[in-house]
Design a protein around this ligand. Structure first.
Ligand code: GLV
Ligand code: MN
Ligand code: MN
Length: 408
């Protein structure tokens, strides 16, 4: 079987590592993740890598070079709920394929490669994103260990149950000497490459994002006996807010804002909702505009709550500034794309990636692969074997060019 076909089959195989039958849901430190680790570690070993799992739960494959520097490659193995097959696993399996090619040819580069299969990029289980890459970058917030999942399990206990030591997350920090950079292959998750009929594109920057948790607190009461004018319905307040978020974001060109989670309590057909907790995700390529928009949306939530005599609490879950990709790595990727005879497009990413966290310790570069219909975070996510072949070729050429530019 050809390497591109192997990559597609591996992504399909990983889709079966899920905690939900008939859907792909692979949270941080779950049994589904353990299933993924078993296979990915085999694939890493087959490609000549020494494999280890770190405390936070990243799988790390090391491929020796002849010099003292290291290039990091990778992406994430966790998923959103009811995910597609390629968001994350594509980057991990393409990186392994590129190393496999070196291994099969008996090639050693002047730098080592470490393939990082990150434990958590999406934040599905604990709300906090980039857990795996932040541990490697040394920016993991130890306060996150006290976060609880939907079942009340703390992150500390989840890490321990998965086999890591939550008190030694600091040991996961990169300590392997000088880095040449971090390069991530990822599906585009948007429509640009398809519209231009291009298999791959080079990422120029990754848009900043902020996440908040907002709780509206009204009063739970009887649905049959409480007159309409005496209610303090938290869900109605939240609904007005959800509409306001869409209206506000729709009025600003670069802004996107989403309410993606809503918890209604007590959650019974005959009880007026007393409390609603929701997530707010705000993104803009310009960080100052994002901060202004987030502030305005929180003010709008406060106005709605006040008008309806409803309590409001909010907290910021995460905030990441826009990260520019390194010119050095982007221009090496550009040369690789052009050497292979493909037209070039450089594009910004609206989605967040582990490269954001990795930018704290090294220069980052990303290669996007065309995705069918621009659809992602959806089971319909799809890439073609031909495009995967281009991605592996570009990454391999990128490694050659980097070796020429960094002979030792
Ligand atoms: C990651 O997929 C994101 O939310 O951008
Ligand atoms: Mn994603
Ligand atoms: Mn992703």
């Amino acid at each position: 079987m050809t390497l591109p076909r192997i990559v597609i089959e591996r992504c399909q195989y990983l889709a079966r590592c899920s905690e939900e039958a008939g859907a792909i849901t692979r949270p941080f430190a779950s049994e589904a993740m353990r299933c993924a680790h078993e296979r990915v570690s085999e694939w890493m070993r087959e490609a000549g890598m020494a494999v280890r799992r770190d405390n936070v739960g990243n799988l790390r494959g090391g491929f020796e070079g002849t010099g003292k520097t290291t290039l990091l490659l990778g992406s994430h193995l966790d998923s959103v709920r009811n995910a597609g097959k390629y968001d994350g696993p594509l980057g991990v399996t393409v990186a392994i394929a590129a190393v496999q090619r070196l291994h099969d040819a008996g090639t050693r580069l002047p730098f080592a490669i470490e393939v990082l299969a990150f434990a958590d990029e999406e934040g599905l289980r604990f709300g906090s994103i980039y857990l795996g890459s932040r541990a490697v970058a040394g920016t993991f917030d130890l306060a996150d260990l006290a976060r609880t999942d939907g079942d009340g399990t703390t992150m500390r206990d989840a890490i321990r149950a998965f086999g890591g030591d939550p008190d030694r997350i600091d040991d996961d920090k990169w300590s392997g000497g000088p880095l040449l950079g971090y390069c991530e292959v990822h599906i585009e998750q948007g429509p640009v490459l398809e519209a231009r009929n291009l298999p791959v594109g080079v990422v120029s920057a990754i848009a900043g994002q902020g996440r908040h948790r907002i709780t509206f607190t009204g009063e739970a009461a009887h649905a049959g006996t409480t007159p309409m004018d005496k209610r303090r319905d938290a869900l109605v307040a939240a609904s007005v807010f959800v509409q306001a978020v869409e209206d506000y974001a729709g009025s600003d060109e670069g802004l996107v804002a989403t309410v993606g989670q809503l918890e209604v309590r007590p959650g019974a057909a005959n009880v007026i909702p007393g409390e609603v907790a929701l997530s707010l995700d705000v993104r803009h390529p310009d960080d100052s505009e994002r901060v202004v928009a987030s502030r305005r949306l929180l003010d709008i939530a406060a106005e709605i709550a006040k008008h309806r005599n409803i309590g409001l609490a909010s907290s910021q879950i995460s905030a990441n500034a826009t990260v520019p990709c390194s010119r050095r790595l982007a221009s090496t990727l550009v040369r690789a794309v052009q050497d292979l005879g493909h037209p070039l497009v450089e594009l910004a990413s609206g989605a967040g990636h582990d490269a954001v966290a990795m930018s704290a310790i090294t220069e980052v570069g990303m290669l996007f692969v065309r995705c069918k219909g621009g659809v992602s975070h959806n089971p319909a996510e799809s890439v073609t074997t031909d495009d995967v072949a281009v991605a592996i070729d570009v990454l391999s050429r990128f490694l050659e060019l980097l070796a020429e530019d960094n002979p030792k």
